[in-house]
Design a protein around this ligand. Structure first.
Ligand SMILES: [Mg+2]
Length: 167
């Protein structure tokens, strides 16, 4: 099924050495928005830089294929030292095929990591890659935001209600 990811992971930090070894992944093509960072984060976080550096040290070949515009991708990838394609037109497999050729690895040893089924998963499957769907970063941020907000709101609302009852 072309829209079905091979793997579901909560986030990119679950791309552990063990996971990559088990799945025989030697090359990774990353989406940017909501995969490596949230949509409004212009540059890689320290966490992302650390992960990418670790993967590179292990000999994993890395590239970025984003459907976003040139300025976004250029700025994000400026110091990462890897091929970064903007306007990749995923799910079309053209850019993904080009990266596979650059990696000089069999497609089955390359994973596409992204947050969207209709661009990342479809494109990765179309290109014959392993596909890894991660939960969107922004949704996680929102969830955390709302959990914190609720935790802060809860006692305030409870107190307000108590005060109202005493009136
Ligand atoms: Mg995305």
């Amino acid at each position: 099924m072309i829209l079905l990811p091979d793997h579901l992971l909560p986030d990119i930090l679950h791309l552990t050495d063990e996971f990559l070894d088990r799945q025989k992944i030697q090359g990774i093509i990353f989406d940017i928005d909501n995969t490596l960072v949230g949509y409004h984060t212009p540059e890689p976080t320290d966490e992302v830089k650390k992960l990418l550096a670790h993967l590179r040290d292990r000999g994993v070949k890395l590239a970025i294929a984003s459907n976003n515009k040139k300025s976004r991708v250029r700025r994000f990838a400026a110091d990462l030292g890897m091929a970064a394609y903007h306007r990749s037109a995923k799910p079309l497999p053209i850019v993904l095929h080009r990266i596979c050729k650059d990696f000089a690895l069999p497609q089955e040893n390359i994973a596409l990591v992204g947050d969207q089924i209709f661009t990342d998963v479809w494109g990765g499957n179309w290109a014959g890659l392993q596909t890894i769907l991660v939960e969107p970063v922004d949704v996680l941020e929102n969830n955390l935001f709302f959990r914190i907000k609720r935790a802060l709101e809860g006692p305030i609302i409870a107190r307000k209600k108590r005060e109202e009852n005493h009136d």
